[in-house]
Design a protein around this ligand. Structure first.
Ligand code: BGC
Ligand code: IFM
Length: 811
């Protein structure tokens, strides 16, 4: 069942029923000001950091769900409704929500009154614009009372939810005409405030939630809206809100437009406030003036659309598969940009108050957006590397505002260092900017301890190389990519759990997954050494990689598939000898994509075992059989009920690893099958089962052991976006950036015919046409570049050439 449809021309998903299984959201904002907006107008806004500088309140886990947002109540006689359906939920004659790239548009109607609400965050300004157009489609005059509503958060979202004894006494506002200023904290800080204003005179306002909603009422039916008249309340403590009231008369056929702006203002440090605790409204008014007419709003929206068109023009596919085209060209890349902005902080499943930026997460996200915003990727790399320690290990997370490592979580996740090599090599291949390796970057953000980025990479590599266990495989530490596989938890203390376990440093558990990463990114590091003329180091690195390769073959192979790990007692994890958790997805995908076991014939066996044991109609599960009881020595993984999350869920993030691995073996049909099973556009028809948005990936789909097999959770903020884009663009469609050019080596389903790709790469445009006349899965028979036939699969960089016309014949 579907709840909407894709509009590829406008790059939108159009939701036609507000009653979606879960809120289906969109992200507004691309620089510093961000909003989440659901298909019923729920969500919230923040500046830079969803924890520290939150403008509006949101109640996670609320009943009814998804309550609080920017709401526009329309009252006509006794009918009260809102364009996004929630929170009033009056049945509407018409409803649609179009989620586009950085904007959402609601189109609703009731009694021949048409409401169109456009919401977006303009480029380069810190505000959300809500343009509401009301049109009288009847043949009688209409009298309408409009009430806006946002509820302010007292900035620090955690404090806001917990410190009521203080918070109920600190709320302050100022109201000047149509401008409502939220200035809580201004008294002591005098550096920031919010403004919520409309570009028209108002007939009233409210800033006290109690006055507007009324005690024991809710946003579903505020007292003021029912009465049809604002109370002009000035909040003093308690809960400050912003609400405007405008009385409107519309003649038949007449349309009126109102532009509401929710803005964030940060005063320059030398700002002179008007007098004690009166805010300086000048910057707010300048901001409001930039968006006070429809023309200005439309031009800002156009700029936003141009921005997205420009970004998405970097990679464009034309094939005869619409679903593939829309995922590759629009939604997958869009989601990659959202993960760039949000990491794992603010979604409808991540509260924005917990995690900051993950070291490994951000490194992997970069693989998906580096082709779109290479300059920002560069900055991001330097920020991430600065949270590394001198021994090459790293803080597992860092704060987006301070960019400092998070001390509460610390380090000890032993896959982290190698992800730095992954993202730096991807960046260099995309841009050719080897100069980045000479950038001086601090360790632990301490400028006195700065070394070149190259030295950071060296220490990343050496960290793994020097932390090997009894089988010469890398020590796992607290966990590797799989956060929940905590193999160094051992204790005789009653009541000890993975959450209290602290002996990971002394633990001897080893990871076959990190070993595979070491082979993959060790080879990459060797190429970087070679590139900058470090011949001797290159040889040594390759020798270590060779040793690791052999350690995997000697101690990481279980007969039919790769082992997952050895625990702290050197017992096998992910082996046929185990009762549960006999086979894990991660080492199968990563060993094969790193090339391990390919020439020995093990790779094929491993992937066949994945198909046989882990595959389902909804995607590939993380492990089988699921753990059915809690084991302290395995950690969090066994704390989940079977079929959920890392305990045998379909963890989408590592499905692309399997697909990539299949392309390494040249099995294009299977690679595509794995790709499409979890791909949103291909499962749009089962939205009632999948439940999350059909235009973006979710972190997890419930596995075969779960009651709701096929149901997804944790949409949007997942490394699946980046890895899938890497998979589909570089391995399936086969357009892969290399240090010395762009290579083309597709691995596609046999049925696929001709397809075209436009790729911007190093300031040139590549128009690539790929023909598959013999219907093969892999293999390039000829490659012609600007009329000249090339040897092999590489389109070399041709000095001064900015246009590459490329024809590839597979066969
Ligand atoms: C959480 C897990 C989660 C993982 C990745 C861990 O810290 O406890 O529930 O799956 O991080 O998000
Ligand atoms: O690898 C982790 C990631 O860092 C956060 N989400 C879950 C993954 C698997 O545990």
């Amino acid at each position: 069942m579907k709840y909407g449809y894709f509009d590829d021309t406008n790059k939108e998903y159009i939701i036609t029923s507000p009653n979606t299984p879960l809120p289906w959201i969109n992200y507004l904002g691309s620089d510093n000001f961000f909003s989440l907006i659901s298909n019923t107008c729920g969500g919230y806004s923040f500046y830079k950091d969803a924890k520290m500088l939150r403008l509006t309140r949101y109640r996670y886990n609320n009943v009814p769900q998804d309550c609080n947002g920017r709401y526009y109540y329309i009252k006509e006689e006794n009918d009260i409704w809102t364009p996004g359906w929630q929170p009033v939920k009056t049945s509407l004659d018409e409803y649609s929500c179009r989620h586009g790239l950085g904007y959402s548009i609601f189109s609703s109607a009731k009694n021949n009154l048409q409401a169109t609400l456009l919401a977006f965050v303009p480029r380069n300004d810190n505000c959300e614009i809500n343009q509401l157009k009301l049109k009288n489609n009847s043949n009688k005059e209409k009298k309408i009372s409009l009430f806006s509503y946002v509820e302010f958060c007292l900035w620090n979202a955690v404090d806001d939810m917990t410190n009521f004894q203080r918070n109920y006494s600190i709320g302050e506002v100022e109201v000047h005409g149509s401008e409502i200023y939220h200035k809580t904290e201004y008294r002591e800080r005098r550096n920031h405030y919010a403004v919520y204003a409309v570009n028209s005179p108002v007939d009233g306002f409210d800033t006290s939630r109690d006055a507007f909603i009324g005690p024991y009422k809710s946003v579903e039916g505020p007292e003021v809206v029912a009465a049809g008249k604002s109370t002009n309340s000035i909040a003093s403590g308690w809960a400050p809100i912003g609400s405007h009231n405008i009385n409107i008369i519309l003649q038949p056929g007449e349309e009126k437009s109102f532009i509401f702006v929710l803005g964030y203002i940060e005063n320059p440090s030398d700002d002179k406030w008007e007098s004690d605790n009166i805010i300086n409204k000048k910057p707010a008014r300048e901001l409001l003036n930039r968006y006070n007419t429809d023309e200005k709003v439309e031009s800002a929206l156009l700029k936003l659309k141009q921005h997205w068109n420009h970004l998405l023009d970097h990679f464009n596919l034309e094939s005869n598969d619409d679903k593939l085209n829309r995922m590759v060209n629009i939604w997958n890349q869009y989601q990659c940009m959202v993960t760039f902005n949000m990491s794992r902080s603010a979604s409808y499943f991540e509260s924005g108050t917990g995690r900051g930026m993950g070291f490994r997460d951000s490194c992997q996200d970069l693989l998906g957006f580096v082709h779109l915003i290479p300059d920002r990727a560069r900055e991001r790399i330097l920020d991430i590397a600065a949270t590394q320690f001198e021994d090459g290990s790293a803080y597992h997370q860092y704060q987006p505002l301070t960019k400092k490592g998070n001390l509460d979580i610390g380090s000890g996740f032993n896959d982290d260092p190698l992800w730095l090599i992954a993202c730096v090599s991807a960046y260099i291949k995309e841009t050719g900017d080897i100069g980045i390796l000479n950038e001086m970057v601090p360790f632990d953000n301490n400028e006195e301890k700065s070394q070149t980025l190259m030295e950071h990479l060296r220490r990343s590599f050496q960290y793994t190389n020097t932390h090997l266990g009894p089988h010469k495989l890398p020590l796992i530490g607290r966990a590797d990519w799989n956060d929940c596989l905590n193999l160094n938890c051992f204790s005789n203390e009653p009541g000890e759990s993975f959450q209290t376990c602290s002996n990971f440093e002394s633990g001897k558990a080893e990871s076959v997954f990190i070993a595979a990463m070491f082979v993959k990114y060790g080879k990459e590091y060797a190429k970087i050494c070679n590139l900058i003329g470090l011949g001797e180091e290159t040889d040594k690195v390759l020798e270590s990689v060779e040793n690791m390769y052999n350690a995997i073959l000697d101690h990481g192979w279980d007969g039919e598939w790769f082992l997952r790990a050895y625990d702290a007692y050197s017992e096998k994890i992910g082996s046929k000898e185990c009762a549960s958790g006999q086979i894990f997805i991660e080492p199968q995908g990563f060993c094969v994509l790193a090339g391990v076991g390919v020439k020995e014939g093990l790779a094929q066996k491993a992937l066949d075992s994945v198909k046989e044991r882990l595959d389902t109609r909804y995607g590939v599960m993380l492990l089988q059989p699921a753990y059915t009881k809690y084991h302290l020595n395995l950690g969090e993984i066994s704390s989940y009920p079977p079929g959920y999350k890392e305990n045998a869920g379909i963890f989408c993030h590592n499905n692309p690893w399997i697909s990539i691995a299949e392309t390494v073996l040249g099995r294009g049909d299977r690679a595509f099958e794995v790709y499409s099973k979890i791909c949103p556009a291909y499962i749009e028809d089962i939205s009632e089962i999948h439940r999350t948005e059909p235009y973006v990936y979710s972190q997890m789909i419930a596995g075969r052991d779960a009651a709701a097999h096929g149901e997804a959770k944790n949409s949007w903020l997942t490394g699946t976006a980046a890895w899938t884009f890497v998979n589909v663009s570089q391995y399936i469609l086969g357009i892969m950036p290399a240090y010395d050019g762009l290579s083309v080596d597709p691995c596609i389903p046999k049925s696929m015919d001709t397809f075209k790709i436009k790729r911007k790469f190093r300031n040139a445009t590549y128009n690539i046409t790929i023909h598959n006349p013999k219907h093969v899965e892999k293999g390039v028979k000829s490659l012609t570049v600007n009329g000249q036939e090339m040897e092999g699969i590489l389109i070399p960089l041709l000095p001064g050439v900015t246009q590459y016309d490329v024809t590839v014949i597979m066969g």
